[in-house]
Design a protein around this ligand. Sequence first.
Ligand code: NAG
Length: 150
Amino acid sequence: MNRNLMFAFLLLAALAMVNAVPYQLLKRDRDIGYPCPTNPEGSYIYANLNPFPPVSNQPINYTIEGGMLGYEITPYKTAITIAYTDEHSEVYTKGLDFYYAKGAPFSIDVPDVPTPQLPSTYAIMVIIADKTDDPNKAVLHACSYATFGL
Ligand SMILES: *[C@@H]1O[C@H](CO)[C@@H](O)[C@H](O)[C@H]1NC(C)=O
């Protein structure tokens, strides 16, 4: 084959790969990733679930990634909450015991989150918030959700 033609083929193949990879990453990286209406500006958070989609009563390993320009993750104060909601909510909370600075991209594994009996339509919310002295009040740092069965 002509050398120039071969080079052109290689270049095309490389470009096609460059195009394919980000698309797959995007698709795969956002099992949960719509910002909640209450999500603070400057925060983003998304989660990958294993297994996905959720199966009733089968625990899920969550990998939660994001970044928060306005907030840090403070050991023993910041917690991740995962909420399964339809008419009522099943809530799972995990306190965090490590530090991330403001703006630092984080990746946090939350293994073995119990899955409730799932109705045909429901939402999952992933929330990062700080506990305060008032147990009914938390300071929201980041929040995203996904709906299922809609
Ligand atoms: C979830 O993580 C635990 C270890 O933390 C592992 O033993 C288990 O196989 C994982 N489950 C799935 C579905 O990957």
